[in-house]
Design a protein around this ligand. Structure first.
Ligand code: NDP
Length: 265
């Protein structure tokens, strides 16, 4: 029987997941399709998942924590992050994964000479990236505008600072996980401070994609190697696809199809 997958979110109409998953499904000749589901009420998540007959799903903002709490079992790093972006149904049970975290790591693991990382922001994306990088042996520090969101990081043993209590140090890689620069021209941190950090760093990544953000512009001006968030978007989708189809297709074949789909945008 044909398998059916979806992405849950609100909003969800902007998501390119249906395009890239369906493109790969077609290229690899699989009997399946991938839809999108606008979820109005998070309490309905599990009911809709089960009653719509989905075999699996991706979950985007703001339902990754709800999805985590709806799973019967959660795998790997998702247990630490406490958020899932990928679920499969197996023997009528929902099994949750987080592919954002390994998707990010996959894109930086070959970058040489990175030991210490500064993550700007303390939201959901910062959580996924911080846990996976610490697990892989990097020294991770979090810097956020306000104190409130730092609590879960401090509780989990991260070096985590708000703007008011941060002291400059050397970091090899600076990652912007804030939404500063997404719909405006703001930097995620005071320019003077950011320039000082860039002077001592070699790499800068902005998880925002499809846009040359003020953060990346400033990093380039300071001669850093830079990267936007497209690689993370692509890798999390490839890893989810592997899970959906039980690792029957190679990472490289899936990635190739999805990259082609993205080039059509
Ligand atoms: P959250 O809403 O969970 O967190 C946002 C964080 O950004 C908070 O720490 C907030 O600080 C900080 N922030 C917001 N505006 C500013 C500002 N003007 N200056 C400084 N800090 C600011 O967001 P997410 O983690 O869900 O998403 C963050 C970004 O990551 C988005 O731009 C999103 O598009 C991108 N993203 C990219 C993905 C990819 O695959 N490439 C995947 C997922 C997300 P405070 O606590 O002080 O409010």
């Amino acid at each position: 029987m044909s398998k059916i997958f979806t992405i849950f979110g609100n909003p969800v109409s902007h998501s390119i997941s249906p395009l890239i998953h369906n493109f790969a499904i077609k290229k690899l000749n699989i009997d399946a399709c991938y839809t999108r589901t606008l979820l109005e009420n998070s309490k309905e998540f599990k009911n809709i998942f089960i009653n719509s007959g989905f075999n699996g799903a991706n979950i985007t903002v703001p339902f990754k924590e709800v999805a985590f709490n709806s799973c019967d079992a959660v795998k790997d790093i998702a247990k630490d992050i406490k958020a899932v972006n990928t679920i499969i149904k197996k023997d009528d049970k929902l099994i949750g994964y987080n592919t954002d975290a390994p998707g990010f790591y996959e894109g930086i693991k070959d970058m040489k000479d990175i030991k210490s990382v500064l993550i700007l922001g303390a939201g959901g994306t910062a959580k996924a990236i911080s846990f996976i990088l610490r697990e892989k042996g990097y020294s991770v520090t979090i810097l956020n505008r306000s104190q409130a969101r730092l609590e879960p990081f401090i509780k989990n043993g991260f070096n985590a600072y708000s703007w008011s209590d941060f002291k400059i140090k050397n970091f090899d890689l600076i990652i912007n996980t804030t939404s500063a620069g997404l719909n405006n021209n703001s930097l995620p941190l005071e320019e003077k401070l950011l320039r000082k950090l860039f002077c001592k760093a070699n790499f800068a990544i902005d998880v925002i994609y499809g846009k040359h953000t003020p953060f990346l512009k400033l990093a380039k001006e300071n001669k850093l190697h830079t990267k936007d968030g497209l690689f993370m978007l692509l890798n999390q989708a490839v890893l989810a696809f592997e899970i959906f189809f039980d690792y029957r297709y190679s990472f490289e074949d899936i990635k190739e199809s999805m990259k082609k789909a993205m080039s059509l945008l």
